[in-house]
Design a protein around this ligand. Sequence first.
Ligand code: HEC
Length: 139
Amino acid sequence: MKKITSALVALGLGVALSTSVQATSNSDEAVAERIKAVGSVCIEGDDSCGGAAAVAAPVAARSGEKVYATKCAACHDAGVAGAPKFGTSEWADRGAKGIDALLASAINGLNAMPPRGLCADCSDDELKGAIQHMMDSAQ
Ligand code: HEC
């Protein structure tokens, strides 16, 4: 709870700061908005202050295609440093290892393949989706 509260205070601070930078109006409302307390406490589950949206919204998993395009394509599109190339039989060969073994190498790294393909915020499932997307591309 403490962590959530400070995250919200930080959020509030960000909002307050950006408000004061952008505000140019001197109406009572605008002034009140500018001089209000920095940060406010929002109780988890109270959606009147945006608490539920800010706290409870689960981060939606990205599709394998999206993770591939944004995180893996840098190497796997062109086959950088021996990376198995998208859309080629190289993925059929790798696919023979099975998705679980491929996922394990993606998580831990393998030779020039960096751990998690440099995607520190990819979940295991997102990595798996990206691998499946590459395996599906095999010709
Ligand atoms: C910096 C370049 C680079 C990036 C970025 C990268 N890879 Fe790789 N990847 C490689 C290289 C190089 C290999 C070949 C490693 C080897 O077999 O020696 C490889 C191999 C793999 C393999 C095959 C592993 C095996 O056991 O045969 C998988 C699966 C894989 N990458 C998944 C991913 C995923 C998923 C991403 C994106 C999240 C990603 N890679 C991003 C360079 C990269």
